[in-house]
Design a binder for this molecule. Structure first.
Ligand code: HH2
Length: 276
């Protein structure tokens, strides 16, 4: 899953792809690098980010989704939003998956929009909300707590009429979590497989990688590729099947080597929720 942030303020690439033409060109680059899915987002969810009105988000993402699909009709597009109106417009324009970092909690209409169109969805764990989520996050056992949350959200989605085989789950690396919480979730990612759905993992360029890899320093977002590769390879080994990343070509190569070494494992086809 290649990341396409159409925002002025995303933590690693804010402002680079705010113009539709620049975003479409970047999306095409990610497809050429081998992305199986493009995750288009018009609202940053980085720690401290302020919410964006639906109309602004719509204006940012729709021309990009339409432009990409006009040039690449077979491209699979995911819409990264927690607003039902934005999700609905994106699905109408041809997106296939709704990636909701609030797991259907922010907008009471979201589950119905996904159910009505029988779309795929990704339900992610987040403690708190982006503006304040990194202020002293606490858990009993982070893996147990995240697992219980995802189980409850999956149940909720099914009760609202979402098709089970369309649902992906994500522990939400960096969303209301300390470095130790993120590392525990990666170390014990296989425990989430008991939920019976494919696991999405999003470590790409995140701050905890900069802290762990930097020793005493914190490496900046552009210097976190090695950490991104290491964490995605480990996530593959522990059962993740969708990898949300900025650096598609490098991660694909790392995953190909890791999968070949493991002797089975991951191909893009195993990640889809459409045929399973
Ligand atoms: N992380 C971000 C945004 N959306 N969605 C899922 N399913 N999983 C994630 O880990 C995830 C996500 C944050 O990263 P990014 O899009 O690079 O930054 P920003 O939120 O600043 O736009």
């Amino acid at each position: 899953m290649g990341i396409l942030n159409v925002t002025p303020d995303s933590f690693s690439d804010g402002g680079r792809y705010l113009q539709p033409e620049a975003a479409i060109a970047h999306g095409e680059r990610l497809l050429a690098e081998g992305a199986d899915l493009l995750d288009v987002g018009g609202e940053s969810t980085r720690p401290g980010a302020e919410p964006v009105p639906a109309a602004v988000e719509h204006e940012r993402v729709l021309p990009v989704i339409e432009g990409l699909l006009a040039r690449h009709p077979a491209a699979r597009i995911s819409i990264d939003t927690s607003k039902a109106a934005v999700a609905q417009a994106a699905l109408q324009a041809g997106a296939q998956l709704v990636n909701d970092v609030t797991a259907f909690r922010a907008d009471p209409q979201m589950a119905a929009v996904v159910a009505e169109r029988d779309a795929e969805c990704c339900l992610m764990h987040m403690q708190g909300e982006p503006r304040t989520m990194q202020d002293d996050p606490r858990y009993g056992d982070v893996v147990e707590d995240v697992k219980a949350f995802l189980a409850e959200r999956l149940d909720f989605a099914l009760r609202e009429g979402v098709t089970e085989r369309r649902v992906l789950l994500d522990p939400g690396i960096g969303f209301g979590k300390t470095v130790e919480h993120n590392l525990a979730l990666l170390r014990r990612l296989d425990e989430l497989l008991e939920l019976g759905r494919p696991i999405v993992i999003g470590t790409s360029r995140k701050a905890f990688l900069g802290r762990v890899a930097g020793g005493g320093r914190v490496l900046g977002p552009q210097d976190r590729l090695a950490g991104t590769l290491a964490s995605n390879v480990l996530a593959l080994e522990r059962g993740a099947s969708v990898f949300r990343v900025h650096d598609v070509a490098a991660v694909r190569e790392a995953l190909a080597v890791a999968a070949a070494t493991l002797g089975a494992g991951w191909t893009a086809a195993t990640a889809t929720t459409q045929t399973s």
